[in-house]
Design a protein around this ligand. Sequence first.
Ligand SMILES: Nc1ncnc2c1ncn2[C@@H]1O[C@H](COP(=O)(O)OP(=O)(O)OP(=O)(O)O)[C@@H](O)[C@H]1O
Ligand SMILES: [Mg+2]
Length: 493
Amino acid sequence: MSFINDTWYGPEKIMLAIDIGTTYSAVSYSYLYKGGPRSITSVSNWPDQRRQAGEPKVPTLIWYDQDKKPVRHGASALVANAMEAKENGWQLAKLFKLNLHPETMRSEHQLKTSDLPDGIPLTQIYSDFIQYLLQHTRHFFETRVVEGESVWNNHINSADIIITHPNGWGIHEQDVLRKAAISAGCPDPTKTTAHIHFLTEAEASVHFCMLKANIGSDWLKPGVQFVVCDAGGSTVDITTYEVTRTNPSLLLEEKRASACIQAGAIFIDEAATGHLRRLLSNPEWVAYAKFDNSDIEDSIRRGIENFDFEKKSFGPRDGLRLEVVSSRFKYEANGLQIRRGELLLSQGVISTVASFFDPCVDMIVVALKGQIMTLDINHILLVGGFGESPYLRQKLIHTMANENRQITIANDLTAKAVAEGALVWGTQPSVNSRACRFSYGISARDIYHPDDEEHKGRDIVRSLDGKNRVDYVWSPIVARGQVIKAKEMSSRE
Ligand SMILES: Nc1ncnc2c1ncn2[C@@H]1O[C@H](COP(=O)(O)OP(=O)(O)OP(=O)(O)O)[C@@H](O)[C@H]1O
Ligand SMILES: [Mg+2]
């Protein structure tokens, strides 16, 4: 439980924040009452968590049975026996967030979508997953809050529900999330006094950073500019802020349109999977080991599971040993080294494992440079699961040192900063200016100007005022990237 050093004077209410990540999801709640603390609790103790018992994040996974009904969620889906699933004809929904990325983001980054279970629409998968998150959240809340059951029943229909999403998402994606949340059991704001709010993951992260005193709030002074880099499973969101005020409360301004790039940790896993598949399908090794197809698949699966764990502590000078087969195997030929059942991945100048990381790390470096150019940035707050990678951290420190920039990379930020940060935002928003993520405008009838490129080749119509005009001209109200205040209004005659 985190505490904001503050007392709540508003009405009694429940606030929920839901962060559905590509690989992991999290929920946090605040139960607020007059005179009580502004406390934030992350939901943990998700069913079947083993290695991650007590952690506030749960794998974003669902197994569906042949009747298209969800049968295992979250960590329980992870421990489901793959053979059992296959025999029963179950289908796994994983990485489904990739399928909601807007077309523009997908084409810009040649983003692959995930293969979803046949006949189950994306909104249904989201809805089933949110339903699971809500069920456990309710159970967790009721067992931890005094008279939790009646508090939940009395206040859930007037709750504030904050759903976070990547920077690049807009109204369409929010609409899908809203519908999924309501069909999952979130109170419908049209029928209750509940509210469903949307917040970008970057803005939630920056609020989380503000909550953590150990970042050293002494550098947070008016005029200071800093970057928040949320490196997650699929997207890395990078946003630049300037502190405009620290008293009576912190106020921040976005300096430029944030970057949202597809350079998350699943692309490292993909590169590793491809490499292991190439090595472990080598015909000479397969003949030596007397493996059939299912043995090959089994060795690849073991290797990937092990890689997922080992990559987390991987640094620039390391090699890796991955357990892939039983320990009786020893083999060294065809570029493949297996000792005691462990596959050795080289270390040194040209490290194989580094080559899995580098495409993502390079993209992050380019995007970071794009954000900080011409600005006086001295602090990068790195959050998200991938943000904990020693390899990524060291590469960033090295790159920034080469640029002669004194950059502090804050650590000790938990991987699931977004859900807690969303609640900090919910109780006290600190960002009062944002760079617009989209251009807003209307299609208008404009006075015809023969030299205007936009008007060339269009039909000219004479309007009632006797002027020549062209139809369907884009008339911007707010341009993409323009920084506007939270309550500022823009209009055009
Ligand atoms: N120490 C680490 N080094 C490298 N990768 C890591 C480390 N710890 C976690 N990861 C990876 O980070 C990802 C999880 O991070 P996070 O929970 O922030 O992502 P997410 O919220 O699921 O994704 P997104 O925000 O992109 O939708 C996983 O792909 C995991 O393998
Ligand atoms: Mg995330």
